[in-house]
Design a protein around this ligand. Structure first.
Ligand code: BGC
Length: 416
């Protein structure tokens, strides 16, 4: 058992044992926003709620991507003591809804007209059986690269536009003695890179067929082999100490000029901002070369658990606060994500945020918006986890690309 899971089970046991309950007027919120940038964004939410007289009972479970949080949540629900509200992603929301655990937010959704302002792609995960079951707080995207501008300038490297230019840039950085690619060796981080690399290697039809439709032909295609080959190239540009490193520490390597690039979702921007860095001046944000025009999204949503009638009023208030246009702007400016509503002005967003908003709208219109495999928006957890295992084993040298393709197809056929 790895140390993260052990730790979260321990946490779960403690929480279940203490039978902690939020008192009336408080909402207990389970989330994994524990990095500096994430905590800064969370503060925006907590303070917004304070002005509405809603108390916050914090239930943080560290671990990027939320795997540990999921373990703790299951333990809480099994013990009959679910939190009031839970940060959740994609298919996990639908799974809990199917189990009948989630509260119905239709009254507040109808009153505030959520149907008209939340994009269809998000509603797919926020509604179940005609009922709103969660409030989407943002839209993140995984196919981004974050770069230290000074490092690139010093080495005479222009922003890479193609995969080959990206590899040439990493080669130059490595030759200079700096780390080319900052990476944390955890399965979810490898899968996050895989999202953008797959899109770059195979294009949007391939991405959709392989990761959303689970089509065997796409899963065993030359594009999949190329994706694994590109991952092996990336592996050759990470430093020796990557194993187990948290994602925000990898971001810090880029922020501090120890590394040139990080391939990570736009929550990484929250770390740059939290360190006082300015897009365009200190750092660059651009799509994984070869994937421009597409957006691989994940949306943090707050699902409300059925914890009784007395909590329902606070849950509706929390959902309403999360969905307010002013809050969606203030929160996402700090978080690195973009609003989950289509009617929020981009005025307060920095250049990366403005770019993210425009690209999301364009991709939504042109059919180039796809759910992130790595963050549970392409398929159910069983399939996602099966993919994680193969991607990580390959990244760590257990399989060559051809074997990884076979293993992936096998793992998916068992899991689906
Ligand atoms: C979430 C982000 C979070 C990131 C790293 C993602 O799954 O959507 O909100 O910042 O994980 O923890």
């Amino acid at each position: 058992m790895n140390k993260f899971i052990k730790l979260s089970l321990l946490t779960a046991a403690t929480v279940v044992g203490s039978n902690s309950m939020a008192s009336a007027g408080d909402v207990e919120v389970l989330h994994w926003w524990t990095s500096g940038g994430e905590a800064a964004a969370l503060k925006v939410l907590k303070e917004d709620l304070k002005t509405k007289g809603i108390g916050w009972k914090d239930m943080p479970v560290a671990g990027g991507g939320g795997e540990n949080a999921k373990t703790v949540l299951s333990a809480r629900v099994t013990a009959g003591n679910p939190p009031t509200a839970v940060q959740m992603l994609g298919f996990d929301i639908l799974d809990w809804a199917e189990q009948g655990e989630l509260a119905n937010l239709n009254a507040v959704a109808a009153k505030e007209g959520w149907d008209k302002v939340v994009p269809e792609a998000l509603q797919k995960f926020a509604k179940h059986d005609g009922k709103w079951i969660s409030a989407p707080v943002n839209v993140h995207s995984t196919n981004w690269v974050w770069a230290n501008k000074k490092v690139l300038d010093n080495l005479g490297i222009a922003q890479p536009k193609t995969w080959d230019e990206f590899v040439a840039a990493m080669k130059k950085v490595k030759a200079s003695g700096l780390v080319a690619l900052a990476h944390g060796g955890q399965p979810w981080q490898e899968a996050t890179m895989f999202d953008g690399v797959a899109m770059s290697a195979g294009g949007s039809d391939f991405y959709k067929s392989a990761f959303i439709d689970l089509d065997t032909k796409a899963l065993t295609s030359a594009a999949m082999k190329e994706t694994f080959e590109r991952m092996a190239v990336l592996r050759s540009y990470v430093d020796d100490n990557f194993s187990g490193r948290d994602w925000n520490l990898a971001s810090a390597m880029v922020i501090n000029g120890k590394a040139a690039f990080q391939i990570m979702g736009d929550w990484a921007k929250g770390e740059f901002l939290n360190a006082g860095k300015v897009p365009g001046k200190d750092f660059l944000c651009f799509r994984v070369p070869g994937s421009a025009g597409t957006v691989l999204f994940n949306s943090d949503q707050f699902a409300m658990f059925n914890v009784g009638a007395s909590a329902a009023k606070d849950q509706a208030e929390l959902a309403s606060s999360i969905m307010s246009p002013a809050f969606q702007s203030a929160f996402n400016v700090v978080k690195g994500s973009v609003p989950a509503r289509t009617d929020v002005p981009n005025t307060d967003f920095d250049d990366c945020g403005k770019k993210g908003m425009a690209q999301l709208a364009a991709a939504n219109k042109s059919g180039m918006l796809f759910g992130s495999m790595a963050h549970g928006h392409a398929n159910r957890a069983s399939v996602k986890n099966a993919m994680y295992d193969v991607i990580t084993a390959h990244f760590n040298g257990e399989y060559d690309a051809a074997t990884a393709v076979d293993e992936l197809a096998d793992a998916v056929s068992i899991a689906k």
